[in-house]
Design a protein around this ligand. Structure first.
Ligand code: FES
Length: 337
């Protein structure tokens, strides 16, 4: 029998099934709770139990310390219930967030293509359309691996039933090498989503600067295509960092978009260029952005997706250039490789 979960301070009430976690129940009914790893490891989903009792599940002692349990906290991504409960969550109201229930969808792999020597493009045709906001991610269920892997959606939401994932290989990872080697056209796969709060803050109505590195281009690609398709008039600049031209992908598509849309600018930046015919920028995206914006970033919104070293360097330059934290958005999810 389902129990009731009431979430304060919003007052939302959702049903929780037997053995279903509080987080899963909320997200599947379109109610947002903060989360990142979904596996009891990061502590992002910590909530206070105001009424009722929970089974704590596999919460790690790093993410939920004994003293916190004693003070009445639990992790929403591991806790289950056998009675009605009331919790208090630290929820930032985001006026740009749509309430989209998370769901499981099966699909068929219809295309695979190496986008760079290290990034595999996978296209799946889903059995039913997946509603999402450009910038969000899905969990991809990999046969033989208990935990699904999180990948950003690289397509724009108007793509119908076809979704695109860009999967960078992590050589000492487990699932990404497996996917690169084994996934083939015709395979059936389950995905779960959408997740995440990384999307364009349309209500801000400000020029946008995107920084992307590696397969971190997925979300910016989806967001930029969506913005341009929907007639965005704000200026949009994309800095895409790669080691060399071989690792730069979708460059032709972005150059075409630049020709078609006066408000879009594409700046590829190579950090390890050995080709003297390259006429673009060289170095790191943060340095190139600093030079182009003359060190002043106030009045913009920045969206960052890429390796932590790139993001940290960009955040430093943006903040030095008077862009405050509330206008700097990073993709936050943790997933094993
Ligand atoms: Fe629950 Fe990470 S500990 S989302």
């Amino acid at each position: 029998m389902a129990c009731k979960l009431e979430i304060e301070p919003t007052g939302d009430i959702v049903d929780v099934q037997e053995n279903q976690t509080l987080l899963d129940a909320a997200l599947r009914q379109g109610v947002y709770l903060p989360h990142a790893c979904n596996h009891g490891l990061c502590g992002t989903c910590k909530v206070e139990i105001l009424e009722g009792e929970v089974d704590y599940g596999a919460a790690s002692s790093f993410a939920l310390m004994d003293a916190e349990r004693e003070d009445g906290y639990c992790l929403a991504c591991t806790a289950t219930v056998e009675e009605d409960v009331v919790i208090e969550a630290d929820i930032d109201v985001d006026v740009d967030a749509r309430s989209i229930p998370v769901k499981d969808v099966w699909g068929t792999v219809i295309k695979r293509e190496m986008l760079t020597p290290r990034i595999l493009g996978l296209w799946l045709e889903l059995d039913e359309e997946l509603d999402f906001q450009a910038g969000q991610y899905i969990n991809y269920h990999v046969p033989g691996f208990e935990e699904p892997r999180a990948f950003s959606l690289a397509n724009e939401p108007s793509s119908g039933k076809v979704i695109e994932l860009n999967i960078g290989i992590i050589p000492d990872g487990e699932a990404t090498p497996w996917i690169h080697q084994n996934v083939k056209v015709g395979d059936r796969r389950k995905i779960t989503g959408p997740f995440g709060r990384f999307f364009v803050k349309k209500s801000a109505n400000k020029p946008m600067i995107f920084f992307a590195g590696g397969s971190g281009l997925s979300s910016p690609k989806s967001m930029i295509l969506d913005e341009l398709e929907n007639g965005c008039t704000q200026d949009i600049t994309l800095f895409h960092g790669a080691r060399n031209e071989e690792e730069l992908y979708y460059a032709d598509m972005f150059r075409d978009l630049e020709k078609k849309h006066k408000n879009f600018r594409y700046i590829p930046v190579l950090s390890d260029n050995k080709d003297s015919s390259w006429k673009g920028e060289v170095g790191f995206t943060n340095d190139v952005a600093k030079k182009m914006y003359e060190g002043k970033f106030d009045g913009n919104k920045a969206y960052l997706c890429g390796p932590p070293m790139m993001s940290d360097a960009c955040i430093k330059v943006l903040m030095q250039g008077r862009l405050f934290e509330k206008d700097i958005h990073t993709e936050k999810f943790f997933s094993k490789a």
